[in-house]
Design a protein around this ligand. Structure first.
Ligand code: FAD
Length: 452
């Protein structure tokens, strides 16, 4: 992307010191919203404010590179929506494709910024990047709480001592309530002068008709209100959440939550309002329970750091697996001998979304039927999911593969039984073209790449 600054004239340079004395920078990450954004609010009192976002760095990993077109589309829409919301406050967002550890120190130098703020994201690379930014900046980097229900100081344990399994984690949080979501700032300081905000590229595709969601806070709020108060679908959530289609059984709020266009506290607060104004039942409680899973994986990822990407996870557990490239390719393309898995993979690539039940079945197929190392599947999900979130994705994959938080040591789903239970009339399989001619299995043998 182009350099964001006009070269200042000599006179302009003279003014720079005075004008930028109280400039600050806020670095947006997965908190693409104005409302309930405590970090952004901390910078609303500066004289000038530069708002910046860095496009996710493409890191080749497990033979996979780049971002699927639906995920790219949703992110571009989310950024465009944030820019629109900022324009209402006389602000804009500088979207750069460079590395924060190189670009932020340069921007801070050029604007004479006195401090830089950002929100906390879990993940090993995210932590490393933050540390490198802090080490190269000549001004403080302030890191505020991330998109979680609870602040770190509300947790009754520190990160290293957190319960490593969900049930004790959840039990320890009983009685602690999330803070109320904060309002959006009513005004923001203007950006420093002389900045050019390059236009965003056009989205590479349209939303798929089967999961026609748009990025951005307004679209996220519409879905939240519609699902809870409009359709009141939350009242049946416990019984419908395992449905395979998007926007049907479960809330489908994850894409907005993952990019931070919605905060987890906002979702919890809407559920509480519904319970107070309309009614509470098992299903309304179940949605809050699922948000606790998200919370669990977030804090667990903070604790696990690089272990989240290790094949044996935090315990370093040995799991026999192989890498048979033809089987992996067939799984990715939805060309296996399991019609339900094929349909799920077509849904994922076509829409950027898959239900929780679908993810468990597809992941179990890769790990247990093909014996392929789980990280390859996680990397493919990372490429395509609109709601890709490092903690939830890698945490759930590890859980399923038996190297993570599952007390039962992993899950093996019987695909025939799952098909009978969740797609008895094969409606989903037909909709997503899951029936393919049977193919010979590629049996793994000693010649395959053996992985420990
Ligand atoms: P709902 O059932 O309506 O739940 C409400 C919210 O609770 C979700 O939006 C989500 O934020 C949270 N939630 C629900 N279940 C889980 C869970 N098991 N783990 C963490 N949070 C949960 N979720 C992601 O947000 N990003 C991912 O990258 C991701 N990768 C996954 C990979 C695998 C292999 C598996 C099995 C699950 C993964 N999940 C991930 C969790 C879950 O599948 C999705 O959050 C859920 O399907 C999103 O749909 P929903 O919003 O309708 O969920």
């Amino acid at each position: 992307m182009s350099r964001p600054w006009h070269e200042p004239s000599k006179e302009q340079r003279l003014e720079v010191d005075e004008r930028t004395a109280l400039t600050e920078i806020y670095w947006f990450q997965n908190d693409l919203r104005l409302q309930d954004n405590p970090g952004l609010l901390q910078h609303a009192g500066s004289k000038k404010l530069l708002l910046v976002y860095f496009w996710p760095e493409s890191r080749p990993w497990c033979n996979i590179t780049g971002m699927g077109s639906q995920r790219r589309r949703f992110l571009l829409e989310s950024l465009a929506a944030l820019r629109k919301d900022l324009a209402g406050l006389g602000q804009d967002l500088l979207v750069l494709s460079g590395r924060p550890q190189l670009e932020l120190p340069r921007l801070a130098r050029e604007t004479g910024a006195s401090r830089v703020g950002t929100s906390l994201s879990p993940g090993y690379y995210e932590r490393r990047t933050r540390e490198q930014v802090a080490a190269t900046l000549r001004v403080p980097l302030q890191v505020y709480g991330g998109n979680t229900l609870f602040r770190a100081d509300q947790l009754p344990f520190n990160a290293e001592k957190m319960p490593v399994q969900f049930t004790p984690f959840k039990n320890k949080l009983q009685g602690i309530t999330p803070t109320e979501p904060a309002a959006a700032p009513s005004e923001l300081p203007p950006p420093p002068p002389g900045l050019v905000f390059p236009a965003l590229e056009a989205p590479p595709c349209k939303p798929h008709i089967a999961f026609a969601v748009q990025g951005g806070s307004s679209a996220g709020h519409r879905r939240l209100r519609q699902w809870i108060f409009g359709e009141q679908a939350i009242l049946q959530y416990k019984h419908t959440r395992n449905g395979l289609d998007g926007l049907d059984g479960s809330s489908s709020l994850s894409p907005w939550l993952a990019l931070g266009s919605l905060s987890a506290r906002e979702v919890a607060a809407q559920v509480k309002s519904f319970e107070a104004e309309v009614t509470a039942n098992e299903s309304t409680q179940w949605l809050l329970y699922e948000l606790l899973w998200r919370e669990f994986f977030h804090w667990r990822a903070m604790r696990d750091d690089i272990n989240l990407f290790r094949v044996g996870g935090e315990p370093g557990r040995v799991r026999r697996c192989t890498f048979e490239p033809r089987n992996f390719a067939r799984w990715c393309q939805g060309d296996t001998n399991f019609p339900l898995v094929n349909a799920l993979m077509h849904q994922l690539v076509g829409t950027g979304w898959m239900s929780n039940r679908g993810r468990q079945i597809a992941a179990s197929c890769l790990v247990n039927e093909f014996g392929i190392e789980w990280r390859y599947g996680a990397a493919f999900f990372e490429k395509h999911l609109l709601d890709y979130d490092v903690a939830s994705n890698y945490g759930n994959w590890q859980y399923l593969a038996g190297v993570g938080a599952d007390p039962r040591g992993g899950r093996h789903f019987n695909i025939a039984k799952q098909t009978e239970q969740y797609d008895p009339s094969q409606r989903f399989i037909n909709k997503w073209d899951g029936l393919r001619p049977l193919q010979p299995e590629f049996v793994t043998d000693a010649a395959d790449w053996p992985l420990p």
